[in-house]
Design a protein. Structure first.
Length: 272
């Protein structure tokens, strides 16, 4: 198994630069990406700053960003969401994060997530565990769904949103009946980080965009979480959904998710 620890200082420096920009700069102009979907000027500025830094530090590794797409190819790729939770960020809601992950083939093998306005940094490299602010973290041992706090991903916007949201609404209804509490933070990266830390017991997103999921998937897995597709198979960038679950709840949550109608909302980005 490869050791990715030597890349952690580079990844942490990249994320630290991005988080500093979030703390000290305004969102700037908003650019529409579709109906009720947008990116801020700062999203683009952070992505370009981080991409330039990573390409200089690790020229052999490709780069995929949410805003400007794929730059370079190779066996490994950095994957960045410059501001995960832009809608929260522009409203001054502190639930927003920088999420940087590393893909080796289709496997998430490293992740760094910083939540600038909460003051936390989550870090993991495959085979070396996960930490928050330098302290080891582990998923919860919650075993009953009635005791579980479950985060669900944002509802869809844009083209065919009503159709896609039927699955989300059906799942929300089932969770409301079965779980202790249901939460929607507006940032998939933070959901997976909080799963890794044991603050929540499952993070369910009925979509799969690599920039949202790669860093968090690496961190959650290193903290002991099960991260799978809808059918329980190993999660990858090609999966249709992202289900992160503490192991003792996995069977119960997968049964509940499978009862909701399917949807087709995965990201088709070619990662090879």
């Amino acid at each position: 198994m490869s050791d990715y620890r030597h890349l952690l200082p580079v990844a942490e420096e990249a994320v630290a630069r991005a988080a500093e920009m979030m703390r000290h700069r305004s969102p700037g102009a908003l650019t529409a990406k579709g109906e009720r979907d947008f990116a801020s000027q700062l999203d683009y500025e952070i992505e370009r700053e981080v991409r330039a830094f990573l390409q200089a530090a690790t020229p052999e590794i490709g780069f995929l960003g949410e805003e400007d797409g794929l730059q370079g190819t190779g066996e490994m790729q950095w994957v960045l969401d410059p501001i995960d939770g832009t809608a929260n960020f522009v409203r001054g809601i502190p639930l927003c994060a920088v999420s940087l992950g590393l893909l080796h083939g289709n496997d998430a093998v490293l992740g760094v997530i910083e939540v600038p306005f909460l003051g936390n940094r989550y870090v993991a490299a495959r085979g070396n565990g996960a930490t928050v602010d330098g302290k080891p973290i582990r998923v919860s041992d919650t075993s009953r769904l009635s005791d579980a706090v479950v985060a669900i991903g944002d509802y869809a916007v844009g083209l065919d949103a009503a159709s896609k949201n039927r699955a989300r609404l059906a799942l929300t209804a089932r969770l409301a009946e079965a779980a202790q509490r249901v939460r929607m933070t507006g940032t998939a990266a933070l959901d997976l980080a909080w799963l890794a830390e044991g603050r929540i017991d499952a993070a369910l997103t009925l979509s799969n965009h690599p920039w949202d999921m790669t860093g968090g998937t690496a961190i959650a897995r290193e903290a002991g979480a099960v991260v799978v597709d809808r059918n329980g198979s190993h999660h990858s960038p090609l999966s249709t959904v992202t289900l992160g679950i503490t192991p003792s709840l996995a069977k119960q949550v997968l049964m509940l998710v499978s009862a909701a109608p399917p949807e087709d909302d995965h990201d088709p980005t070619n990662l090879t």
